[in-house]
Design a protein around this ligand. Structure first.
Ligand SMILES: [Fe+2]
Ligand SMILES: [Fe+2]
Length: 292
């Protein structure tokens, strides 16, 4: 269960987080010394670039407006499982990476390191909690969803795909690119209609947002919902769909991104010792059981 190391046509990457390694290549940490960056680049080039490219090829072909509607119908009924947050995290952690023990953290360590870095910088507790849960939507993998429908950069569907999205050439194979309902600047939307009215490509971000939307403060919800929307939070390609509140809230998304991308603690945080703190935090904001 949870073995995502099998290579097949719908799951080209060895590990679902390989796209995030690729993100660090695209958006290197300004604080990492150049030498390390070069070593990293060689590694990425040689080992992963092809599979990540293949991953995006499929992602860009199949993430259509209709596909997103179908997934919303399937997953936003929340009739799959009832779990506490802790059970959900255990469940998520069955997504192990057998292929690469050095580079990748398990899912739980990524969450904990992200949240601990946020906590160490003295941010409010809801921000810490957001770091702690932000990738929980990846449980979609455990419901049998292919990689391209769980992770990867997200982007609006229902309007023209921006050239600022990674590998924009792959959108040529997406039927929405030739559908005149969807291939104009605004498509089915109107100028500055607000992102809440815009459908994003389907994945772990939107799914977790929908699970959490009644429980967390608005900036936390923006972070969860748009943390993979690189063509906006890094490239500002979709300002024409955003309203003033979106623009204001994206400051939080931008603030969160370096914690997500660059946090790697030299010493692993002690999960056992930290558990009581996180139990309190989870209890403060979330119900005992979540419906997935
Ligand atoms: Fe994520
Ligand atoms: Fe993450």
């Amino acid at each position: 269960m949870g073995n995502l190391t099998n290579k097949n046509t719908s799951n080209p990457m060895d590990n679902i987080d390989d796209w995030e390694e690729n993100l660090k290549e695209r958006y290197p940490d300004p604080e990492t010394p150049i030498k390390e960056k070069e070593e990293f680049r060689n590694y990425v080039d040689s080992e992963r670039l092809e599979t990540v490219r293949e991953f995006y090829r499929i992602n860009h072909e199949f993430q259509t407006y209709d596909f997103v509607c179908k997934k919303e119908e399937e997953f936003l009924k929340f009739d799959k499982k009832e779990l506490s947050l802790w059970e959900a995290i255990d469940f998520l952690n069955t997504l192990v990476d057998d292929s690469d023990p050095d580079i990748d953290l398990d899912q739980f360590q990524h969450l904990l390191q992200t949240s601990e870095a946020i906590r160490a910088d003295g941010h409010p507790d809801w921000f810490v909690l957001t770091g702690f849960i932000h990738d929980m939507g990846k449980v979609l993998c455990l419901f049998g969803e292919p990689q391209w429908a769980v992770v990867g950069d997200t982007f609006p569907v229902g309007c023209k795909f921006s050239d600022k999205i990674v590998y924009p050439e792959f959108f040529a194979a997406n039927p929405d690119s030739t559908n005149e309902k969807y291939n104009t600047k605004y498509g089915v939307y109107s100028p500055n209609c607000g992102l809440d009215h815009v459908k994003m490509s389907w994945g772990h971000d939107e799914y977790l947002y929908q699970i959490m939307k009644d429980y967390l403060p608005e900036p936390a919800l923006y972070i969860i919902r748009y943390h993979s929307f690189y063509s906006q939070h890094r490239e500002e390609a979709y300002l024409h769909l955003m309203n003033e509140k979106d623009i204001e809230m994206f400051e939080w998304v931008k603030k969160f991104n370096p914690y997500d991308l660059y946090t790697k603690a030299p010493v692993k945080p002690d999960a056992e010792a930290l558990r009581p703190y996180y139990e309190e935090l989870v209890k403060k904001y979330l119900p005992n059981k979540l419906n997935l």
